[in-house]
Write a protein that binds this ligand. Structure first.
Ligand SMILES: Cc1cc2nc3c(=O)[nH]c(=O)nc-3n(C[C@H](O)[C@H](O)[C@H](O)COP(=O)(O)OP(=O)(O)OC[C@H]3O[C@@H](n4cnc5c(N)ncnc54)[C@H](O)[C@@H]3O)c2cc1C
Length: 414
């Protein structure tokens, strides 16, 4: 029996395990997917935990529930990879050989790489909302927060779901308004980018919404250090390399992201632990039997579940071709889309790829919608909430969704 090993049973690894098992199981391929625990977190739900809209328990389900019978799931953790010998070593010492390797180990948060961030004040007046621990502790903090200066901060790019910090800022504004304390809170959005977002049309739209909501955008801020108790009256201070020092009562930061340690420590990973891949075929340039998907790769696409989903269609096809001795097709175009919560029961959507920036229009049906691109609407908000059901019941099982993996320009207004 020929073996496919998938490293990581998160969003991308689970989809790939189910898709490859269905496509190649009948042709004699055995799929094994590896992880290190049995808790699958619905990460988009982490955004809602601090505001009390979801409980932590509501967004965690067992991984084994989503893996098809016939796929082997190992939860012993991967210790190392030897791509020359085509084998992986597990934390319990077992080894596992493969003919095809799919790297889906995602990214992890590295708050310790920012000087002082995990020192004084960490999880007291400085929090992340990208982990279950951070978002749960922030929820607790917000329950008793009496007002002051709140900074929503991105340490550096790339990060998962680059719009999530924007969403956090908009939802925080709505949360403080709803609780009758908006006048007691000063909100700043502090980013290493030169505006609220990277692409011009989206940056203008998101920046305009910041201004409407009275949130000040502080651009080009490359963080040098965080001091949780060095400000006036024991406030925290965040300082940039160009000498700007901002005081805060509450810092909500998105820490730097790195690839999984097991990839960084193998010959496969680059300096930050990402797996190099061809950005269109998702094949590793040095080891043709190694492919990457999702947040784990160095492809210049967004690190997002939607991207992992579009990639999974291309990668399944390319792995089938590989088993048939055919070259992979350069089919992945960088397609990404995302709902963006804007607070007060509304949301936006962006849809873009390597070549085309987010544009206004209607989605997914050109001219019809029902969703509105780069424009707030209530139906977008309901779409975002409904996506949780789609994630558990259609996306992870690897079912076909009524959406092309390539971005379509019809319905977009250039
Ligand atoms: C707050 C927040 C909001 C988000 N909102 C959205 C959104 O609205 N839309 C969207 O599309 N995306 C969103 N995302 C991003 C999305 O959740 C991720 O991009 C997606 O889950 C990536 O999938 P992945 O499979 O690449 O990585 P993951 O799902 O993180 O899976 C990686 C897996 O690898 C495993 N692993 C790593 N190292 C080892 C090891 N040594 N041994 C064994 N296993 C290992 C991990 O345990 C993990 O299960 C959001 C993310 C966050 C944090």
């Amino acid at each position: 029996m020929k073996r496919i090993a998938i490293l990581g049973a998160g969003t991308a690894g689970t989809m790939m395990a189910n898709r490859l098992h269905r496509a190649l199981g009948p042709r004699g391929w055995k799929v094994t997917v590896f992880d290190q625990d049995n808790d699958h977190i619905y990460q988009p739900g982490l955004l809602f935990v601090p505001f009390g809209d979801y409980s932590p328990e509501e967004i965690v389900r067992p991984r084994d529930y989503f893996v098809d019978d016939g796929v082997k799931l190992s939860l012993d953790g991967i210790e190392s990879i030897d791509p020359d010998a085509k084998k992986i070593v597990l934390k319990n010492g077992d080894t596992h050989g493969y003919e095809i390797l799919v790297v889906a180990t995602g990214s992890h948060l590295a708050p310790q790489t920012v000087e002082g961030l995990t020192g004084a004040g960490w999880y007291q007046n400085a929090f992340d909302f990208y982990s279950l621990e951070g978002s749960s502790k922030l929820a607790h903090k917000l329950k008793s927060f009496e007002g002051g200066k709140v900074i929503v901060h991105i340490a550096e790019m790339p990060i998962k779901c680059p719009v999530a910090p924007l969403e956090f800022a908009y939802l925080a504004e709505a949360f403080f308004t709803k609780h009758g304390m908006r006048d007691k809170v000063e909100l700043q959005y502090v980013t290493p980018l030169d505006g609220a977002f990277t692409k011009p049309k989206a940056a203008a739209a998101f920046g305009g919404m910041m201004a409407e909501r009275g949130i000040e955008v502080v651009p080009d801020f490359l963080v040098e250090k965080v001091e949780g108790d060095k400000g006036e009256n024991g406030r925290g201070v965040i300082t940039s390399y160009d000498g700007r020092a901002l005081e805060y009562d509450l810092l909500v930061t998105v820490p730097p992201h790195r690839g999984a340690a097991v990839i960084a420590q193998s010959v496969l990973g680059d300096d930050n632990g990402w797996l190099p891949v061809d950005k269109h075929t998702l094949q590793n340039p040095d080891y043709p039997e190694v492919f990457g998907i999702g947040d784990a790769t160095d492809a210049p696409a967004s690190k997002a579940g939607s991207v992992a989903h579009f990639q999974s269609e291309v990668l399944t096809e390319n792995i089938i071709r590989f088993t048939e001795g055919l070259a992979p097709l350069p089919e992945f175009d960088g397609h990404s889309n995302c709902f963006i919560e804007t607070g007060h029961g509304k949301a936006m959507i962006i849809d873009f790829n390597y070549e085309t920036e987010p544009l206004p229009g209607r989605f997914p049906l050109p001219g019809v919608g029902p969703f509105t691109l780069l424009e707030e609407s209530r139906i977008n908000h309901w779409g975002k909430l409904g996506f949780r059901w789609v994630y558990w019941n259609m996306l992870l099982p690897g079912d076909e969704l009524p959406m092309d993996h390539r971005m379509i320009t019809a319905g977009k207004w250039a």
